[in-house]
Design a protein around this ligand. Structure first.
Ligand SMILES: [Zn+2]
Length: 303
């Protein structure tokens, strides 16, 4: 891990920047949305009198700490919620322009997060993002590049303790786990397992889909309304879809099981028939949806 440089804010500013004692319970990941270095990011935070503050800024060369870890920051947009009052905030630098400096900053942030998880004895589920607390698309570039990819970067640094045990129980039920991005609420809806429920809210366009299974690999694609089929996504390496772009076609398959799936149409308020294929040729029962008609819910299960 690169060096951690401590530039802790003056205690005379604790009342503005970190007024409360804190017992941290989680990490909250941010992107700065600018192109400042970590040192400049923390210097700026420490020098102004805004109620905006974060524990660390990380760039391609160093990690700079600006707040003590036993005091809160103001970064998550949730007032006195768990993000602000229980979260260790990490800002990843150079997210505005991206490129190799940002990529290295993300790697350094993954090192720092793995270090903090070990220090506090936390699991990977303690790594959260700004977006989990407020209606804000942050960490924007980390999300664009794939949140699950970033989580895997952290996991890979945790060592063998986090490697999954081989699945020895043959009686385990096959589970597809999936969720959709709600364009009205502007957030990911909760995960759904098989057809115990459906993913989506009737009347709200689905824009993006995330899916994986407890066995084998899942592959899926969406068609953007008025646009085209987007590239195939595997498991949760990425999500399928574009924010704020309703989808009108969906297809999914598994390497382990035959799946069937269906979609609900927002305007005609009905479920279409179950589909088992995986092809852009609709006559081949290849995908679920009718091009031109927005999808507002999805269901997936083993065929
Ligand atoms: Zn943020």
């Amino acid at each position: 891990m690169v060096e951690i440089v401590k530039k802790i804010v003056s205690s005379s500013k604790y009342n503005i920047k970190c007024p409360y004692k804190m017992t941290p319970t989680r990490i909250v990941v941010h992107n700065t949305a600018n192109d400042a270095s970590a040192l400049n990011e923390i210097s700026y935070m420490n020098s102004n009198n805004n109620e905006t503050s974060y524990h660390y800024a990380v760039d391609d060369k160093m990690i700079v700490q600006g707040l003590p870890l036993d005091r809160n920051g103001w970064h998550a947009g949730d007032g006195n919620g768990k993000g602000n009052r229980e979260g260790i905030a990490i800002e990843i630098c150079y997210s505005k322009s991206g490129g190799s400096k940002f990529d290295k900053a993300e790697e350094n942030a993954a090192d720092l997060i793995a270090y903090l998880l070990k220090k506090y004895g936390w699991g990977i589920n303690k790594v959260t993002k700004h977006q989990d607390y407020a209606k804000k698309y942050c960490p924007h570039r980390t999300l664009d590049k794939g949140w699950d990819r970033f989580i895997k970067m952290v996991e890979s640094r945790l060592g063998s303790t986090s490697t999954k045990q081989p699945n020895t129980s043959k009686s385990t039920t096959f589970k597809v786990i999936y969720q959709t991005w709600d364009d009205v609420k502007n957030k990911w809806l909760p995960n759904v397992i098989n057809d115990s429920d459906y993913a989506g809210i009737f009347g709200h366009d689905v824009c993006c889909v995330y899916a994986n299974a407890n066995e084998g690999d899942i592959y899926y694609k969406v068609h953007v309304k008025g646009g085209k089929w987007l590239p195939e996504v595997k498991n949760r390496n990425d999500y399928a879809g574009l924010y704020n772009k309703p989808i009108d076609g969906f297809m999914i398959k598994s390497s382990a099981k035959k799946l069937k799936y269906r979609v609900h149409l927002r305007r005609s308020k009905k479920w279409l028939s179950w589909v088992t294929g995986y092809s852009t040729i609709d006559s081949n029962n290849g995908f679920a949806g009718i091009l031109g008609q927005e999808i507002d819910a999805i269901q997936i299960k083993e065929a």
